[in-house]
Design a protein around this ligand. Sequence first.
Ligand code: HEC
Length: 301
Amino acid sequence: MQLLNEIKKNPTKIFGLVYPYILIISIGIGVFYLYKINYMEEATIPLSVPDTNVVQDLPLIMPSESITTDISSLTTPTPEMISKGKAIFDASCVACHGIDGKGDGIAAPALIPKPRNFTSKVGWVNGPKISGIFKTLSEGIKGSAMVSFSNLSPSDRFALADYIRKSFVTDPPEDSPEETADLVKTYHLEQKQKLPGQIPIADAMLLTENDYGKVYSHIQSILKNISTDSPKGAEIFYNVTNDKMKALVTLNNSTEWHKNQQVFIDIIINNINNDGFNDKVFDLSKNDWSTFYGYMNKLFY
Ligand code: HEC
């Protein structure tokens, strides 16, 4: 009350009374702003886009008459093959085999049997010929930590063989022509056939009015069906494909296989590793093939 009376008598006093509060509030706002400015700056720094956000589309490939994989081009070590082999070796093999190929990688002490010492002549199971190393990489060695690397393309497997032989094996033995021919036959390495064209899905989607667009939306809807159900046939499809879209394009490019399971098998293995399918198909039993065939037949109709 007394305060009110005083203010009434001398109104300029209000200024003196309020001033400290205004000061405190202004300092408060200032501190808050300084505190926030850090955060505001951070928020305006543009974030770099991580690579994983880049969705890979199919590359554009024009239909081509025929290709022949020339086995001698694969089995002749070139500097490019050897350096490709080294890159894969350093990334996937040194943990066990060691940087010098002596079988003394960091994981080696825990392993029985021990990883192969490539610099030694003894103890090899499949041997250091190109065909032997290719077999090891394709099938692995049962009962050991040496698993199959059949997910690597054949050319990557040859590159690894070239690198190991060149860098670690003294006087590496050569394959006879018969052994090379056997290798080609066993792993279906030589192929000759027409290759279908392929356009990026993103482009195809824009062209829904023309044939390509229709084909791609058809195939995409098939792919969706596969991912929503999970019978044995779908499981096999997932197992034996590297590139699902491409595998479906391969099947879509022929109608012959609907009549006959052998044609279906031929279409898949004739161009294996380039047609969206991988060489796990060679592990399929007769029963698996007929389940798989029946399933795909149903999907495409
Ligand atoms: C997890 C450990 C491990 C990794 C990783 C590994 N290996 Fe092996 N590797 C082994 C073991 C263990 C053996 C010996 C198997 C045996 O004696 O039965 C072996 C054996 C081999 C052999 C000799 C086969 C023979 O004829 O005796 C080759 C060649 C080979 N590995 C290549 C590779 C290559 C190339 C890579 C990488 C792509 C690789 N390994 C990755 C453990 C590994």
